[in-house]
Design a protein around this ligand. Structure first.
Ligand code: ADP
Length: 633
């Protein structure tokens, strides 16, 4: 071979090696740790000399449920495309980018050609599509998936579109808590005080209308019967409905609440039949106002989605999900809703025709700063600007509410927003809350208690906003969490994990005085606060803030605290619906073909949603919407 040919061959080989980014690597497994959304994330990459063989996220503290999607999809896409120029999962962008940057750092160690790995991938935009199913569902959060399950249960075909790259919406990052009367379990509730005075107070109220009087009469009868037993927590569907209505200042609809409360327990059984696991204890979730909260065994709302997704996987061709597809408007045939116009993230149009009905399940708008300022800023919440953090997912922006309005639906209670009192002050997350089951207290930066911890969420949030820096600490001791290595957070990490990694502002001290010093509080003030609290738990004095659900005294160190702030969480207003989930016009008539379920609706919760009622709402009414739409009822 002449020199000329040899030179040509060498340059072709050089070009080839440049084109294949993975070509010059040293085989082995490499690991890199980066800072993700909520803390450190470690990714391991295994390479041969010319190929990326495997990418795996081996540890992280990201939001349970959400991280599952990028953890599954991004490593697979890197391997499939032998590229780092793969798409992030929309809505989980920061965690997605963290996986990519950790993978990049690991591949750099392996000696990969980074320019080639970052070369943009060629993409083709698909043609516009036109699809038909019995039921079209917009939104893949809790209500959307519950509706898909019940519609397919009826044999209907379903196409569900989800704007983001993951199922779950705000439901999957929720506390996973589910209120419903459950007399057997309630009898074992860990509570030192009696809740009977709450029932007596509600029964002593002057009824505001006939339905109120009827419900009071039913509850009175049930309460008298309960008093003849040796049970220590009274409950019934009617009492649950009445208490929820009162807890929302009677702004919600009592008849909707009776429907909701009656179906709460049968719907819990429906969930269990799909594999949803609840802990077999009853608590009083923050803002629930009663001992009827069931907690999920799995972190946050992930248990519900595991049950939903595994059930939908058995539905075969009846169920199709189009991810990254945003519903834009409803297709009308005269006054009737017959489909949805949507656009996929890559820009192609998707036109969806419904044989039987369209279900809007697109959630609320607490995370949409412009809308919440427009509808909800008031004397009660004077500032809902971007300064107020949110617990909401980025895809939940109120879209469906206005799609329904354009089809003629009435919007009600749009001024009612809920702030969740105890979010992470920086990220709005709740997965970093320690599960102390009411054995904790709230203190301000001065070490003083300032509100009952078992009160209404709006009252707690307003009280926190009035404290120095609008911030509080959740304080607990070894009485609630015997050891940091075993104490669990809502997101299923340990307290030790947060302490060791200096996350979410967690602090620990052997004595209360040391804790006070760490937090810049006067030790004497904090000691008095705790002593007073313990005297209320022991029943020696009455809590001036009116807490009723006491469980444990806090006396034994170590002591723990972490900061919290109120975050825009839930909008109680939305589309006016009947209990069959039909969207209604202002004259009360039904918009044929249109059903709405979940946070998009405005009838249920009134001025303050009780903690633990949102999941019951989306499960009960998502199920009803699916059943009715499947039958075109
Ligand atoms: P709910 O509890 O009522 O089910 P979620 O917040 O859990 O409410 O879920 C709402 C879901 O709807 C989210 O997954 C969100 O991304 C999705 N969504 C919102 N707007 C649209 C839209 N225009 N098209 C498709 N999906 C949407």
């Amino acid at each position: 071979m002449g020199n000329k040919w040899l030179a040509l061959l060498l340059s072709v080989m050089l070009l080839l090696s440049v084109a294949c980014g993975a070509s010059a690597m040293t085989a082995g497994t490499y690991s890199a740790t980066v800072n993700a959304m909520h803390g450190p994330m470690t990714v391991e990459v295994t390479v041969s000399e010319d190929k990326i063989e495997k990418v795996e996220v081996v540890s992280n503290v990201e939001t349970p449920g959400l991280i599952d999607w990028p953890m599954r999809e991004i490593p697979a896409a890197i391997v499939e495309n032998q590229s780092l120029a793969v798409d992030v999962v929309s809505g989980v962008t920061v965690s997605s980018r963290a996986i990519l940057s950790a993978a990049k750092a690991a591949l750099e160690q392996a000696g990969a050609d980074m320019d080639a790995l970052n070369e943009p991938l060629e993409k083709t935009v698909p043609e516009d599509e036109e699809l038909t199913a019995d039921v079209i569902i917009v939104g893949g959060g809790g209500a959307g998936l519950a509706a898909a399950i019940s519609a397919t249960e009826q044999g209907a075909s379903v196409i569900l579109i989800e704007k983001m790259g993951f199922f779950g919406g705000n439901s999957i990052v929720s506390g996973g808590i589910y209120n419903c009367p459950d007399p057997d379990l309630q009898d074992y509730a860990d509570i030192t005080s009696s809740l009977d005075s709450l029932v007596e107070e509600a029964l002593a109220e002057e009824p505001v209308d006939e339905l109120h009087a009827q419900v009071q009469a039913t509850v009175r009868e049930q309460f008298e019967a309960y008093k003849q037993t040796d049970k220590h927590v009274f409950d019934s569907a009617e009492w649950f409905a009445l208490q929820t209505w009162n807890g929302g200042d009677k702004v919600g609809s009592l008849s909707h609440l009776l429907f909701f409360a009656e179906r709460a327990y049968p719907t819990l059984e429906w969930l269990e039949s799909m594999g949803m696991e609840f802990a077999d204890v009853i608590n009083s979730a923050s803002g629930s106002l009663y001992m009827r909260t069931h907690t999920s065994v799995m972190p946050n709302g992930t248990g519900y989605f595991k049950a939903f997704e595994s059930t939908l996987a058995t539905r075969g061709d009846l169920f199709t999900a189009l991810m990254n597809t945003e519903g834009k408007s409803l297709i009308m045939d005269g006054d009737k809703v017959v489909g949805v116009e949507a656009v996929a993230r890559d820009g192609h149009k998707v036109t969806l025709h419904a044989n039987k009905g369209v279900i809007l399940a697109t959630g609320g708008f607490a995370g949409n700063v412009e809308l919440r300022q427009q509808y909800c800023e008031s004397e009660k919440w004077p500032d809902l600007s971007a300064k107020v953090i949110t617990t909401n997912m980025p895809g939940v922006t109120g879209d469906g509410i206005f799609m329904a309005q354009a089809a003629g639906a009435e919007l009600i209670n749009m001024d009612q927003i809920q702030l969740l009192p105890y979010a992470n002050p920086v990220t709005g997350a709740t997965s970093d809350i320690t599960l102390t089951y009411s054995a904790s207290m709230y203190i301000n930066k001065n070490g003083e208690r300032f509100v009952r911890e078992d009160g209404r969420r709006d009252e707690m949030s307003l009280a926190i906003i009035a404290q120095p820096d609008g911030l509080m600490y959740t304080l607990f001791s070894a009485d609630a969490v015997p050891a940091p290595a075993t104490g669990k957070t809502l997101g299923d990490k340990t307290v030790a994990y947060y302490l060791d990694n200096h996350l979410a502002g967690y602090v620990q001290a052997e004595t209360l005085a040391e804790l006070a010093e760490t937090l810049g509080m006067d030790p004497a003030v904090l000691q008095k606060t705790v002593d007073d609290f313990n005297s209320y738990v022991a029943g020696e004095a009455e809590d001036p803030y009116g807490r009723v659900t006491f469980t444990k005294q806090l006396v034994t160190g170590p002591w723990y605290a972490y900061p919290r702030k109120p975050a825009a969480h839930h909008t109680m207003g939305g589309v006016n619906v009947d209990t069959d989930t039909h969207a209604l016009r202002a004259d009360g008539s039904i918009i044929e073909g249109l059903y709405c379920a979940g946070e998009i609706t405005g009838n249920l919760h009134g001025a303050n949603r009780l903690g633990g009622n949102a999941i019951v709402d989306f499960c009960v009414f998502g199920r009803v919407a699916g059943e009715n739409a499947a039958q075109g009822k």
